[in-house]
Design a protein around this ligand. Structure first.
Ligand SMILES: [Mn+2]
Length: 327
């Protein structure tokens, strides 16, 4: 990939909004395996651009999962050639996934993010690594710039903050996150919050329930039950007719076991690589574990990809790294 010479410049909420206002024909890039935060953030930016009379579209390497249809419903993107690219909730350009080359290699003018692991790949970065969600960062930017919250924006931003905090149960659900959501709920009390939470966190297909049961039957425990690892073979997904976007959230499964400090989910991909999600309880730090495998993320939720080896080797390497991090 060609790298141009620039030093990523961090900017504040006023400069970020001034920049957004000055753009035209914008492609908004979000990460592969899209979650509620990047989808909510991407669509919030689309609605914001619309209010400003600016044409934009959200670009993702993977399809948007069905459970986020409240966000995507009624939005039809126009076809146009981009003049500029921005990104939201994407810590590293590797996470764009498999996009067409011209998009993949494009210079990103502005990244809006909340990942401490952000690699400063964009020309400008507007971020807050203490925020629970990219959608919370966007909420603050809009507030600082006196942008009125619309119903569409409220739905998008709520979805991002709710999903990135695991429905407000992770430690990142701090006062600032609750404050943003309190303001969103006060402004739009009639949005279907309870139904959204059920869609995001409770409902699963029959295949997914069968898969979860099988995964739990095969969980590997070590360090007196402080590390739990589940391995998900690609063949099981095919057999039970579960799609990759349906296993979003499977990383939280090992953390349901009392005593588990580090939960590891290792998903075999169709191409033989392994997509790994790491979750930490009260005391552990999994971002350091992910970094050993060239990944990253947050202290309590991180990820990485293992590109070679048998499933046994991948799992053993992960287990060893997690065990070492607890000692
Ligand atoms: Mn996020």
């Amino acid at each position: 990939m060609e790298q141009s010479e620039f030093v990523c410049k961090e900017i504040d909420s006023m400069a970020a909004f001034a920049m957004l206002q000055s753009l035209q024909d914008v492609y908004i890039l979000i990460h592969r395996s899209p979650d509620g935060d990047c989808i909510g953030g991407g669509y919030a930016l689309y609605h914001l651009f619309r209010q400003l009379g600016i044409r934009s579209r959200v670009c993702c390497a993977d399809p948007i999962p069905e459970m986020y249809r409240d966000i995507t419903e009624g939005v039809i993107f126009e076809d146009f050639a981009p003049q500029v690219y921005i990104s939201v909730d994407v810590a590293d350009r590797k996470l764009f996934g498999d996009l067409p080359d011209d998009i993949q290699n494009a210079e990103i003018l502005l990244c809006i993010d909340h990942h401490i692991s952000n690699t400063h790949y964009a020309e400008h970065l507007y971020w807050n690594p203490h925020s629970a969600a990219a959608c919370e960062v966007l909420f603050r930017m809009m507030q600082d710039n006196h942008i009125p919250l619309t119903r569409e924006l409220a739905l998008c931003l709520y979805s991002g903050i709710s999903t990135d905090t695991g429905c407000f149960q992770f430690s990142n659900a701090d006062a600032a996150a609750f404050d943003a959501v309190a303001q969103i709920k006060a402004a739009f009390p009639d949005l279907p919050y309870a139904r959204l939470n059920r869609e995001f966190f409770v409902l699963k297909s029959q295949g997914r329930i069968r898969l979860d049961t099988r995964l739990m039957q095969n969980v590997q425990l070590s360090e007196d039950g402080r590390v739990a690892l589940i391995y998900l073979p690609d063949a099981w997904m095919k057999e039970l007719h579960v799609s990759h976007d349906e296993v979003d959230g499977v990383a939280n499964l090992p953390m349901q076991i009392i005593g588990v400090e580090i939960g590891i989910t290792c998903k075999q991909q169709e191409d033989g690589t392994y997509r790994v999600s790491l979750r930490a309880g009260d005391h552990a730090d999994v971002s350091a574990v992910a970094q050993q495998f060239d990944g990253g993320g947050h202290v309590k939720a991180s990820g990485c990809t293992i590109r070679q080896g048998t499933p046994e080797e991948a799992c053993a390497a992960l287990m060893a790294a997690a065990e070492a991090s607890l000692r």
